[in-house]
Design a protein around this ligand. Structure first.
Ligand SMILES: *Cc1c(COP(=O)(O)O)cnc(C)c1O
Length: 299
């Protein structure tokens, strides 16, 4: 089961696997601007569900789920949870073993600063490592790597999830990025994220409401990761104008969202102020109207 509002890859991979294996990829659809409710998730679950895939921090709204509570609820139905930590890792404290999490995946190029193309990661609870098998059978996950035998027999433990030679250059770039986060401490990173997010929301409320902008994220800082979304009917063109003319790089997300990421390690409060101020200018003088209406590919 997956969240119909989740990031496309998460949905597509499950749909693809389900199609190949004759299984059903069921959906639950979280509210667009707030977190999936536990009661809603509970109502969607039954004992046929084997796996629930959810993002700890939602890629669009930034809504943060209660990891321990979701794990407990899903486990009560005999299913596993696979957490997508892409927008959470490096931004909110994540305690996989303390919350009894089964499985997690994520990327290292968002709040872990690994740069585009940086390696992905996965987590498999120790007790599951020898029973789960990965679909890509590569030499790297083989028990006897240099035997090059006829049959694939995966090594015990988490190394079985490797398929081939790791991308060493991009892994080298992740290492110093992780060092910086370790030095700062993820709890302090989180404390600054809460303050930055709260500041951005206050400015948006005060300056942008009159221009038709509304917060499209949970209101409480504790209920979000490190980004917020704002809605405006012209979000796509506003996003283009901000990047081209105001040196403010946000993301457009369907249907009409402007996603503003504030990585705490290097985002200053003055930068949040300036970004909101420039957004106000772009809206008030309608500079965005010079940009085409149709969204392009990756920005
Ligand atoms: C960024 C992201 C991914 C990974 O995307 P790739 O382009 O495949 O690296 C996966 N899930 C979520 C929720 C994301 O935000």
């Amino acid at each position: 089961m997956f969240d119909a509002q989740d990031f496309p890859t998460d949905r597509y991979i499950l749909q693809g696997l389900a199609e190949k294996r004759g299984l059903t990829a069921r959906q639950v659809s979280s509210p667009m601007d707030t977190a999936l409710g536990l009661d809603q998730l509970g109502a969607a679950l039954d004992d046929d569900v084997a796996l629930v895939v959810l993002s700890l921090v939602h890629y669009r709204s930034g809504a943060l789920l209660d990891m321990a509570a979701v794990n407990e609820l899903v486990r009560a139905h005999g299913a596993l949870v696979l957490w997508d930590l892409s927008h959470a890792v490096g931004s909110v404290p994540v305690d996989l073993s303390g919350t009894g999490s089964d499985l997690a995946v994520g990327c290292t190029y968002k709040y872990l600063n690994g740069g585009p193309g940086a390696p992905a990661f996965l987590y498999v609870r120790r007790e599951l490592q020898s029973t789960l098998r990965q679909p890509v059978w590569g030499w790297y996950g083989q028990r006897d790597q240099f035997h090059f035998g006829d049959a694939y027999e995966p090594v015990d433990g988490v190394e079985r999830f490797l398929a081939g030679t790791p991308p060493v250059l991009s892994m080298a770039a992740v290492e110093p990025a992780l060092d910086v986060i370790e030095q700062a401490g993820v709890r302090r990173v989180r404390a600054k994220a809460l303050a930055l997010g709260d500041f951005a929301v206050r400015l948006a409320d005060a300056w942008l409401t009159e221009h038709g902008v509304r917060l499209a994220s949970p209101r409480g800082p504790e209920q979000r990761g490190s980004h917020i979304s704002l809605t405006h009917p012209e979000a796509w063109r506003v996003c283009r104008a901000l990047a081209a003319e105001a040196a403010v790089v946000c993301d457009y997300r369907v249907p009409d969202r402007l996603r503003i990421g504030m990585p705490p390690l290097y985002t200053r409060f003055t930068e949040v102020w300036d970004a909101m101020d420039r957004l106000r200018d772009v809206l008030s003088d309608r500079r965005y109207e010079r940009y085409p209406r149709t969204p392009a590919r990756v920005t």
